[in-house]
Design a protein around this ligand. Sequence first.
Ligand code: PPE
Length: 370
Amino acid sequence: MAAPNPFANVRWIWKNGELVEFEKATVHVLTHALHYGSGVFEGIRCYRTPDGPAVFRLPEHLRRLALSAKIYRMELPFSIAQIRDAIVDTIRGNGFEACYIRPLVFRGFGSMGVNPLRSPVEVVIAAWPWGKYLGDEALAQGVDVCVSSWRRPSSSTLPSMAKATGNYLNSQLIKMEAVTTGFVEGIALDAGGYVSEGSGENLFLVQDGVLMTPPLSASLLPGITRDAIITLARDFGIKVREQVIPRGMLYTCDELFFTGTAAEITPVRSVDHIPVGAGRPGEITLRLAAEFMALVSGKLPDRHGWLYPVSMAAAAPARQAAATSSAAGPPTAPAILEALEAVEISHTAETAAELVAAGRGAAGAAESEG
Ligand code: PPE
């Protein structure tokens, strides 16, 4: 049976300042990013909570996007606050309660040739419902993975802290090798042969009750879920160590799991056909996963200020405004924004750093709205 199309209900995509219809969110074939991988992006999740949809750690994702762009000398044509609002508009415009959000900043069509500085920077934001990244059974059963023959690039080859589209050619090699040889995912080692991360996830292991994860120097993406799990483990009084992990520990540890926006917390039950611990998700893994899911779904109080509320109170008028304007031509973001004004979530911070510093702003907004 064909899997349901996750894009079937995606009506609007935000492109360079306005919501455009799904079919119209296109680029020219000479787009620089298509030829040379010149893009940076984010993957963000919005969860359904009893108080309506909420975006997980939005300021942190915006900050990482801004820093990725900075590394590649891309000047963002929109402020972080504008991109934040655009993300909220994209969720509301499509009427999603829970979704995955994909902002992409890329070099468009300007000129050909490696030099990216002559191609304009463009911004798009898409959102769609995205279920379990590594299969529906992943949390209950754990996944079977291999160690990839492909290494992560060294930090002087490609900076792994930038979430850049080009980095994902390496991820694709890891993923294809894994799935064509019967595994769900591959774990890559860094250039020095130490454990790095999965093709699209960070990695944690538990040994004798201590939680360990490789350091940023191991060519990995500084994951926001990774940071959340470190925080939750410390809340629980679990000892956490960022440390260099030799490959052998993948086979001797008690528990192993991936973290990521798409993957959330996914237990690993075997590496290269060798069972991890008892060959099923471990106790600390499940405890952290349960806490994470309870927090993001609003079943527990948001004690770390990680949820950014997306009030849907205006979603109906927004959709109406969009529908009206689409009858008369393409909808405009301003028309939708107007309908949303009544429930605007106000933050004054303009820069990503301020947003993160304000951190708990999201919680504050929830209070002032409630
Ligand atoms: N490492 C890599 C290489 C990576 O791509 C991700 C996210 C992570 C670690 C975890 O980072 P974070 O999401 O901030 O906790 N991978 C994204 C893309 C997955 C995809 O297939 O596309 C994601 O999970 O959104």
